[in-house]
Design a protein around this ligand. Structure first.
Ligand code: SF4
Length: 252
């Protein structure tokens, strides 16, 4: 059964939530002309955002991270997005020498050996390329939603995520439900990752993502072997929780 068949539902207030999300995107562009970017994970929420950006011709760059460990299905979305919307995504990759050195030292699957090594891998493959993606930009847009996890239950529509640069993070879909996301995808024939049809609501790197079982939380398939972990890689941690993460991710 497809994700659309499983999840897409027209819930009360959906049209208003779409309207509000587009209004938030428009206001974000007005405040950050030429320096705003959607940092897309290529997951379902981000595909909805890219669809809204393209559909309303909003001058917002769309960028993603290719960690070098993504599923083939995820990478295949890049040409599909281009064919569907005519958008060429910016793709930011890790520093090749740093990755080669890390893999030589710790092995290709070091993330399973300790939380510190997992954070080191995420640091190299995600956080550093994200920093380059955001360089020179005053605002970014993400697909974070409150429903995704307990840790995201209070995600605001707008947040200052970097106290030094005062860079703003917009989360226009914060109040959308999973049913809203899939209703939009179904209604507008938005391209999406077929791994969502294989019970992977949250998709990251291939070694660190598994399908979830009925009743498990959305993000239970991310870093599932880390019992009691936060199911976060650091991309979306708030400044006050960053101290702990920076400490945790110091290479062993
Ligand atoms: S999600 Fe896994 S493979 Fe990807 S960067 Fe993090 S630890 Fe490395």
């Amino acid at each position: 059964m497809t994700a659309i068949a499983l999840y897409a539902r027209a819930q009360p207030g959906h049209a208003e939530r779409v309207h509000q999300a587009v209004s938030r995107l428009r206001r974000a562009v007005e405040r950050h002309p030429g320096s705003i970017v959607q940092a897309s994970s290529l997951g379902a929420e981000d595909m909805v955002l890219t669809d809204l950006i393209a559909r309303h011709r909003l001058p917002i760059a769309v960028a993603t991270l290719d960690t070098g460990r993504l599923h083939a299905e995820t990478l295949a979305l890049l040409p599909r997005i281009h064919a569907h919307y005519g958008i060429e995504l910016e793709v930011h990759r890790p520093d090749a020498d740093a990755v080669i050195g890390f893999v030589r030292r710790e092995g290709a699957d070091a993330m399973f050996r300790s939380v510190a090594l997992r954070h080191a891998c995420c640091g190299l493959r995600k956080l550093q390329p994200l920093a380059r993606l955001l360089e020179g930009r005053t605002a970014w847009i993400t697909g974070l939603r409150r429903e995704q996890s307990a840790g995201r239950a209070e995600v605001p529509f707008e947040d200052v995520d970097d106290a030094d640069t005062l860079r703003v993070k917009f989360n226009p879909l914060a109040d959308w439900s999973w049913a809203d996301i899939w209703h939009h995808i179904a209604t507008h024939e938005v391209p999406y990752n077929p791994l969502h049809d294989a019970f992977m609501p949250s998709i990251g790197c291939a070694p660190c993502t598994r399908a979830i079982a009925v009743g498990e939380p959305f993000r239970a398939g991310r870093w599932w072997w880390e019992q009691g972990g936060s199911s976060e890689c650091g991309l979306h941690l708030r400044p006050e929780s960053q101290e702990e993460t920076d400490h945790d991710k110091a290479p062993a």
